[in-house]
Write a protein that binds this ligand. Sequence first.
Ligand code: NAD
Length: 285
Amino acid sequence: MSFVDVQNVLVVGAGTMGAGIAQVAARAGYATQLFDVAPGAAAKALDKIAESLQKAVDKGKSTPDERTQALARLTAATDLDAAAAHADLVVEAAPENLELKKELFARLSKLVKPETILATNTSSLPVTAIAAAAKGPERVIGLHFFNPVPIMKLLEIVHGERTSPLVLTAAKAIGARMGKEVVVVRDAPGFATSRLGIALALEAMRMLEEGVASAEEIDRAIELGYGHPMGPLKLTDQVGLDVRLAIAEHLRGELGERFNPPQVLRRMVRAGKLGKKSGEGFYKY
Ligand code: NAD
């Protein structure tokens, strides 16, 4: 079995992350298909990608030729079975729901070739549990991209308990070809990024509750004092307070009370203050 010769990529889920992942895959020279259950979502994502590639041209970061070639490598798939049968690498970017991901991996693993790599872009769910639902769990790996995918340099590779070393080697090469810097972590709750990111954000929320400083001051302190590009409360507004609450609850279950979500986070989510997407979070938009 060989996992090395990846040419055809299928991205499942054409939302924020799926569109970005398809864009970097096509830019890296892979023939890339994009599938979504919601009718029209993949086609809409292709329009978004075309716009994003145009912006890169306008900023002088890419040539018009590179844009044309990347777009020629991209297709919106309507038939998941046919698209999966053709793929050497599948990257799943469906919503953060363990049951949904397990169902998808069970289905995908029956459709793909034996040497196809199956990757999940989960930001916090156990890769090993997703892999256990698949036929051939040794080919399952976490490829955790960051938002916005074409800009963020990091690819956090998560190897599950049963991931084959050959798949890990292939994943590192794929990441490098996509222009990413790779960090490899064991399948521990929250990996490296989500766990540290949440820890900082929860402490910032507790400081806000205790009246240590305002949201602006807490964020500015960490931005200017430690060189973070964005403070933890502003970042929570970007990611979504509901998303961060769900991750905190998951990590509390796995790692204990230190990830207990502060009351302020629960209250704001209950009130529909979800951050940028709802117009208000720790800041107003
Ligand atoms: P999103 O809601 O923007 O997109 C998810 C897409 O999946 C939607 O278009 C939806 O129609 C589609 N979908 C739902 N069920 C499906 C199915 N069964 N088959 C195919 N498509 C299906 O979500 P997102 O923000 O792109 O997140 C996707 C994944 O990436 C999640 O696991 C999330 O935790 C992870 N992630 C998100 C970010 C982020 O900043 N948004 C960063 C890193 C990782």
